[in-house]
Design a protein around this ligand. Structure first.
Ligand code: SF4
Length: 311
């Protein structure tokens, strides 16, 4: 799979102007650029009116000094490195800091810095879970778990499945959206062995629903995976009734349940994407007036004390 990791590699492909290149190269020194050739190909206009361009192209606002890198104090919330516990009955494992794409609005862009890691504490975690019977739900997150070596992904899932009180395993991955080729027969075979599993994916705009992403979704469903979608409400990208309506109807039509619309977190380097809570609420109210609630997501805001469901 072709992945671009430097602005210099895409300058000509996107026909960027000098100012765009200048700012993006400054930003990439702090928050690196990364994008699959597949996802880059969805860009129609090389400016911030384009919803794909805006999700992957570095903006100078990312260098703002406002906001915190870890506002919800995820780091250190559990005894094992790269495991977060913010709710009584569930934990989240940052399985790697690798992603196929660096989404500019990422909540965990702090993890892009530093050396690449793959989760190596599964035995320690399984041992510790014996003393945490309250934990029944594990989220494999990242980074993107689809970037893990396949044997490691299998090892993590199989060991978690062996713990009696773990009832739910969810994989959080943008793979069907940004790298549908990675949903390949090898991975599908492994996932099918451990079905039922849940996959929470992340479509933000209807333009991302392509023939390739639809095929990836269908193959995951055939492998016994139930799929939910978490959209992040992003200024200038999807903070619009028509865009969200079309996105949620199309997701429902391919068998994906719109699960959450998240307010963008107050993370350092992403504040320019944030939309007011009142706008998110109004958008959902209008969607509820016009669509079946079955495919209108809940609007949620992350807080230090957990998730607040606004509507
Ligand atoms: S795929 Fe997810 S974890 Fe990776 S950069 Fe995008 S939002 Fe962040």
């Amino acid at each position: 799979m072709k992945i671009y990791t430097k602005i210099a590699q895409i300058e000509r492909l996107l026909d960027l102007d000098c100012q765009q290149i200048y700012h993006a190269k400054l930003v990439e020194k702090v928050y690196s650029f990364k994008c699959t050739a597949y996802y880059l190909n969805l860009v129609k206009n090389s400016d911030f009116t384009d919803p794909i361009f805006s999700q992957i192209f570095p903006q100078r606002f990312e260098l703002s000094c406002f906001g915190e890198e870890d506002p919800f104090k995820e780091e250190g919330s559990f005894e094992i490195p790269h495991v977060y516990k913010r709710y009584k009955n569930r934990i989240l494992i940052v399985t790697t800091n690798l992603c196929f794409v660096h989404c500019r609005f990422c909540t965990r862009k702090r993890n892009w810095k530093g050396k690449v890691f793959f989760f190596s504490h599964i035995d320690e975690l399984i041992e510790l879970l014996r003393f945490h019977e309250e934990i029944e739900d594990v989220i494999l997150s990242g980074g993107d778990p689809f970037c893990l070596p396949i044997d490691l992904l299998e090892e993590i899932i199989s060991k978690l499945k062996s713990v009696k009180h773990i009832k739910v395993i969810r994989i959080g991955s943008r793979a069907p959206v940004v790298a549908p080729d990675s949903v390949d027969s090898k991975r599908l075979r492994i996932l099918k062995k451990y079905a039922p599993l849940w996959l929470n994916t992340h479509f933000n705009h209807y333009i991302e629903i392509t023939e390739e992403s639809k095929r990836a979704i269908l193959n995951l469903m055939k492998a016994g995976i139930s799929i939910n979608n978490q959209t992040v409400l992003l200024k200038g990208i999807n903070d619009d009734y028509g865009v969200l309506r079309r996105l949620f109807v199309q997701l429902a039509s391919i068998g994906v349940r719109p699960y959450y619309l998240f307010n963008c977190d107050p993370v350092k380097g992403v504040l320019h994407f944030r939309v007011g809570e009142d706008i998110g609420k109004l958008l959902i109210e209008r969607l509820l007036d016009n669509l079946s609630p079955m495919y209108v997501p809940r609007f949620a805001v992350d807080t230090e004390n957990g998730k607040k469901i606004v509507i």
